[in-house]
Design a protein around this ligand. Structure first.
Ligand SMILES: [Zn+2]
Length: 557
């Protein structure tokens, strides 16, 4: 069997030509468009909402099909005389060059003469999965409709018969990548379910049917609406949410587990809001924030004269939460004596204020939370095992933000809203590159850290401007992955090749490093009409880095 390695794509890259002065981009003789994925995302949303999800899928599949068929013509022209497989690989390689997706061949068996075809590919970085999840959250079905249309269109035109590709796994469903399989349409047992997406159709004929579908879609969106302060659709989030949802109807004591900053208090509040106790108080106490000698009087209250300084009787948090919910954050930090009292409250459903003989019945649901390993604390004697078993009846683990990457975009959206109002600042949004940086960061401080960074971004971004990477991360974070640049003739060229030529010229001319840097910076400032942020962008450095270099230059004179 032959290998599944791509031939070099320099022949394809040389077909791309940017002619900005004529308003044209060419792929060989095909006019192309450099288009915002945001625009395609808006079109997709508009389609789904106006004609329903099936029609939207059909239209986008056919659009991808048309584009794939065009590229198949190009393949035969550009790689004529090459092996069948190398010629075929033009399609996946162009799909990558055009910015849709990374295509990795898993298996490919083909024979042009007999028309046999059997192929399997992996997709990474699918733009379609990305925009779909951004708009609708994680889904249950594959959504790379235009891309699957492209694969079918390309291969069908290439093979001269209908080769149907099916997306058997999709990144939009929470997988790490998409997987596609293609074979002749006759060989798919469920072909009748897929071929309608490739057929022309009259929208008018379907109006009534669609009306019903749109209504159903709307109803499903309404029913999945979550409490305001909880946002997410990732698997980990949904698992935690459904546990909370089930607990809400009962009186069970809930233990929330998870790293610091994952939003345990939000979950506790949501549990309260969804329960029958929602009309009564929700009281939150952070056990780590109070000194050990105060915690007992805070929780259980104090009777006048109980100790020096207890001048008046005071209710504790348990009494304040009567009929409602008491949230004990960082419960692992409770001193042992307070642990003993808490255990009695849970067992008897009654409290005694400090210095009081009277026993008071209370009706409070306890939600405890911790970011430490309570079992380990039990082993080392810092936490009572009987209390641990009382609290651990219904544990719910809230996943860290790095395991909820698909939730970042909708969370950021909500935070932008909130902080813009708070700081009386309007921003246009967040750039694709900045969003990518947010998604690839590890978030040790979880949602709290994300909030801090977004708030900082809103403060640093000029009014009505876009939030860029440099507004979010003080340290340069995301490295530029630009590998091909447009050279003077309008061809895409390896940046390294350009740099190599440039360096030899500079050295031959005897310019020197300092003079080169100064000239380059002055050139960029002129090019951007004196706008320093613009100059920094041209030089691919941050504004503070540019300031530093400018200062260094003027100081050296
Ligand atoms: Zn996909």
């Amino acid at each position: 069997m032959s290998t599944t390695r791509y031939p070099p794509d320099s022949d394809l890259r040389s077909l791309v030509r940017f002619c900005a002065d004529k308003g044209l981009i060419w792929l060989d003789e095909n006019r192309m468009l450099l288009m915002h994925t945001a625009a395609l995302s808006a079109l997709r949303k508009e389609l789904i909402e106006s004609v329903g999800i099936d029609q939207a899928r059909r239209i986008l599949t056919r659009m991808g099909y048309a584009s794939g068929a065009r590229d198949a013509e190009l393949a035969k022209k550009v790689r004529s005389g090459r092996s069948e497989q190398d010629t075929f690989f033009t399609g996946p390689q162009l799909h990558m060059l055009e910015g849709s997706v990374i295509v990795t061949p898993v298996k490919i068996e083909m024979d042009l003469a007999s028309g046999d075809f059997n192929g399997e590919f992996l997709w990474d970085n699918s733009y379609e999965a990305e925009v779909h999840v951004r708009e609708y959250g994680q889904t249950t079905d594959p959504v790379c409709w235009m891309q699957i249309g492209y694969a079918s269109g390309y291969t069908s035109a290439f093979m001269g018969r209908f080769i149907l590709f099916k997306e058997v796994e999709c990144a939009a469903t929470g997988r790490s990548q998409c997987r596609i399989v293609g074979k002749p349409v006759e060989e798919w047992p469920d072909a009748h379910e897929l071929t309608p997406y490739y057929e022309a159709d009259s929208i008018l004929n379907r109006m009534l049917e669609l009306r019903g579908q749109v209504d159903a879609l709307r109803a499903s969106i309404e029913s999945s609406r979550q409490p305001q302060n909880l946002i997410g659709s990732s698997q980990g989030f949904r698992r935690a949410y459904s546990l909370i949802d089930k607990a809400a109807a009962t009186q069970v004591t809930v233990l929330l587990l998870g790293e610091t900053g994952v939003g345990k208090e939000r979950f506790a509040r949501a549990l309260h809001d969804m329960s029958r106790r929602s009309a009564n108080p929700f009281v939150a106490v952070n056990c780590a924030a109070l000194p050990g000698e105060l915690i007992e009087s805070e929780l259980f209250g104090v009777e006048k004269g109980a100790f020096t300084g207890a001048h008046a009787s005071r209710m504790g948090k348990f009494e304040r939460a009567e009929g409602g919910t008491l949230f004990l954050d960082e419960v692992g930090e409770l001193p042992l004596s307070a642990q003993a009292k808490l255990l009695r409250v849970l067992q008897e459903g009654e409290i005694e204020r400090l210095g009081d003989e009277r026993v008071r019945k209370i009706n409070v649901r306890l939600v405890a939370a911790t970011n430490v390993d309570l079992q380990a604390a039990v082993k080392s004697g810092r936490f009572r095992s009987d209390l641990f078993y009382r609290l651990n009846v219904y544990p719910v683990t809230i996943p860290p933000l790095r395991e909820r990457v698909t939730d970042i975009a909708p969370m950021v959206e909500a935070m932008l809203h909130r902080f813009s109002a708070l700081h009386d600042k309007h921003v246009a949004g967040i750039t694709d590159k900045a969003m990518r940086a947010l998604k690839s960061y590890a978030w040790p401080g979880n949602i709290r850290e994300l909030e801090n960074i977004i708030e900082r971004g809103i403060i640093l971004t000029p009014q009505n401007d876009w939030i860029e990477v440099e507004h979010l991360f003080a340290e340069p974070h995301d490295h530029d992955d630009v590998q091909h640049i447009v050279d003077a003739t309008g061809s895409l060229t390896d940046a390294e090749v350009v740099l190599g030529k440039l360096c030899s010229r500079v050295i031959e001319a005897g310019v020197g490093l300092d003079a080169l840097e100064e000239a380059l910076i002055q050139h960029a400032v002129r090019e951007s009409g004196g706008n320093l942020s613009g100059a920094a962008r041209l030089l691919r450095i941050t504004r503070p880095q540019l300031n530093y270099r400018l200062k260094k230059q003027s100081g050296g004179q």
